[in-house]
Design a protein around this ligand. Sequence first.
Ligand code: FES
Ligand SMILES: [Fe+2]
Length: 350
Amino acid sequence: MPSDMAETANIRSLSPFPEGWYFIGAHRDLQKSRPHAAMWMGRKIVAWCDDRGDICVAEAVCPHLGSDLSPEAGTRVVDGQLVCPFHGFEFDVTGQCVATPSGDPARSARLRLFETCNIGGLIFAWWGVGGREPQWHLPSAPPNDGDWSDFELRTVRFAGHPQETSENSVDIAHLSYIHGYDNVTSDAPVTIEGPCLESRFGFSSTRSIAKLGRLSLRVSAVARVVGLGYSYVEFQEHTIGMDARLWVLATPVDGTLIDLTIVSSVCELREPKRPIAGLKFLPWRMRAPILNKFVADFQIQDVKQDVVIWSRKHYVPRPRLVRADGEIMKYREYCAQFYPEVGPCKSATR
Ligand code: FES
Ligand SMILES: [Fe+2]
């Protein structure tokens, strides 16, 4: 093998399921009447919500005789309990089987659960390598002071890896080359504390928006990566005076594909620093939701530019960097903690 090839590993040479918290869905989308099934971290899971709003995320396999617990197989949620379509065993949100049509359930009849957390209405579940319990927690949601628009969510699925997508937060050079941003600046050294990495940068961008004309923006961003499934970015736009929040949530599906979900929210804009054509006649309460749709669309356009690269790239363990690349190797060292060496994989559930 040529030496260059020896140093070039396909992205799959990174373990596809690094340890961390990974997105399940928005609480508002987890209905009380229907279970939500998905491929997540290489296995099928089912999630549902009881009447109190408590969420359960479990492997979608019935411990009785192995029925699939997806709605496609006929699984239902009745009075907050998940009901298996095969013999009607009922499970509460602790995973315990609490009733069967034919007698008392065995105490050992339990679903295999994943630990969950709710960050401001976004539900995550813990993936522990070798079945480990959560080793750290996600930061609490930013303050909900009532001035922020509802979330916009957009998801793109492609062949990729969460380490590669999160690397964007320190890969300052690609912002101008791929996304066409100007005056890109690194505003502070990258800092790392346990599972949290913080990167601060700024850029200018000009966007054409139907009805709003061309908008020239100057943005300061603070990106906080907390494990490879969770990045949270705060944007301050200085010329209009708009604040936006963005979550970038990479979730491995099956070992090859990942779902990248962008969640955005914009703060109400009562007194823009400058007039924005098309917005000034709108009541101020309508401005943030409309701007938020634009923010979500911009972000997903940017993501799609990255996907062209991500879905075809190789993972290069020893990249030949230049000064302008910023702190990519520091990021790679940070990432190592999410691939702990532990014993043979248990079922990774509680
Ligand atoms: S397989 Fe689920 S109740 Fe029998
Ligand atoms: Fe990017």
